[in-house]
Design a protein around this ligand. Structure first.
Ligand SMILES: Nc1ncnc2c1ncn2[C@@H]1O[C@H](COP(=O)(O)OP(=O)(O)O)[C@@H](O)[C@H]1O
Ligand SMILES: [Mg+2]
Length: 228
């Protein structure tokens, strides 16, 4: 379980997170909905300690990242697969090497084991046989699928998705949404999806929060139905 307690972050006079409090239970996906510039990416980075905060704390399985040692922070981050906004794939590396990178950096798997794992991950995200391609030759949606495969490389307990469907056509959006749901069900990943897309939020979220003026408000069932 991840517990976010009174998390606050401001840039000079701009209050981005104002005592944000919520929980992500095991095997559940929380969606944070909000228009561009509301602080969704800041929230994800702040939760992982990638950005200093002004107050509050984040607990991963009861361990506070704010008071954790460097080694403990390293171990917490290993539990989290991060699918970055805009994918952040390395253009100079093919799909296989992009996905293999965390395995080479953080495990002692042999090159054969790395290759097998990459093939398995490509299969999971529906990109089997694409290992030799370079990011330039992939569509935006395919890059997103590769980024999910890379985020899964270290078998994370939690997945953080930053705008996973933004900029994708409807067919690719459906594929990415189906993958997110499938990973939750078959691999029991829990995590957080931040998005400005209401359809994506409704399709994947067990709970949906609205981030507005630094505050998180949970959408009730009635409010969710009102959007139908
Ligand atoms: N490093 C930074 N320094 C100053 N302001 C920032 C920084 N990062 C984000 N911001 C501001 O914080 C607000 C929220 O940004 P962000 O979390 O990226 O929004 P989004 O919801 O689109 O992901 C924006 O107004 C942005 O300009
Ligand atoms: Mg963002």
């Amino acid at each position: 379980m991840i517990e976010v307690k009174d998390l606050s972050k401001r840039f000079d006079s701009l209050v981005v997170l104002d005592r944000v409090t919520f929980q992500i239970s095991d095997a559940s996906l929380v969606v944070v909905l909000g228009p561009s510039g509301t602080g969704k990416s800041v929230l994800l980075k702040a939760m992982l300690g990638l950005m200093p905060v002004d107050g509050g704390e984040v607990l991963f399985d009861e361990k506070s990242i704010q008071t954790a040692s460097e080694l403990e922070i390293y171990n917490i981050r290993k539990k989290v697969g991060f699918v970055f906004q805009g994918t952040a794939l390395f253009d100079s590396m093919n799909v296989c090497d992009n996905i293999a990178l965390p395995l080479i950096e953080h495990t002692r798997l042999s090159s054969k084991e790395v290759k097998d794992r990459v093939c398995h991950l490509l299969d999971v995200v529906g990109m089997a046989g694409k290992a030799h391609l370079y990011p330039q030759s992939l569509s935006g949606g395919m890059k997103r699928l590769v980024a999910v495969a890379r985020a899964l490389a270290l078998k994370p307990k939690y997945l953080f998705y930053d705008e996973p469907t933004t900029g994708l056509d409807p067919i690719m959006t459906d594929r990415v949404v189906a993958l997110i749901k499938n990973l939750k069900q078959s691999h029991t990943n829990s995590g957080i999806v931040v998005t400005h897309d209401l359809d994506t939020a409704r399709a994947v979220g067990d709970e949906i929060y609205m981030l507005k003026k630094g505050r998180m408000n949970k959408l009730t069932k009635i409010e969710k139905e009102l959007y139908d």
